[in-house]
Design a protein. Sequence first.
Length: 293
Amino acid sequence: MTCRDQFGVPLTVNDPDALRHYDEAVAKLLTFSGDPVAEVDAATAGDPSLVMGHVLKGLLCVLGTEKSLLPNARAALEAGMQVAGDATEREARHLAALECWIDGRLHDACSTWETILVDQPDDALAMLAAHQGDFFLGHSTELRDRVARRLGSIDRGSRLEGYYLGMHAFGLEETGDYAAAELAGRLAVERDRRSTWRGRGESHRPERCGRRPPGPSSCAGRRATWTSRASLQGRIHGVPAQLDGPGGRSVRRRRQALFACAATCASRSSRLRILPTLVFGSSSRNSMNFGFL
């Protein structure tokens, strides 16, 4: 049967509890909190025919670019295809986009999610996945504009608007509009205080504008929120101390040098080898693995 998810998007699902777990998994992914994998596993256990549950499980395996999870992603894709007989066109497109990503065709994956967003601008999973793809592909203008094209279609003041504003804030920052990025981040956190974008805007705007970052004291009030987000702890706990300490200037210079190096790399593979160091401060496998691209 057709129900609607937490944002009003039609969803083929046969069990109310499965829908609840699916909604919770998407919410945790959007806020980088909790354990979305456990939620989506509960959703597909309760309703094995939940195509979007399998899509979400596959995306959770690939969005972090961890090569060892590719078999899990393929298994999720195959499970979704096996039960896709009654899937809607939108759900079938999600399966196609996931297959493109698994095959390393990120351009095709993002193009497919774009076709979904043209018809369904409030499809948060399509937006987040395409946004992640834009980041890995270096499409800074699309990081900003793909979200901007949909903001007018989203209910003002809603949680979904907050999540979209957070992604838009990142796109604005990546295209150099730091004041607008900070404003969008503040609006995002007003919609949902779990948003990470306000802290990012407050920390990055001074650095990008040649001023000293505010340091860890400005972030202390949000530490309790961060500690529930395993995917963010490694970045958040280390960076403020680095930037506020005696070596802060050298850290910033190192990042600037890496940006310059990435920009001058002739091959895409060379740029991808630099990105883990640039983004996470380490090229280790535990930081980020672009090996499957």
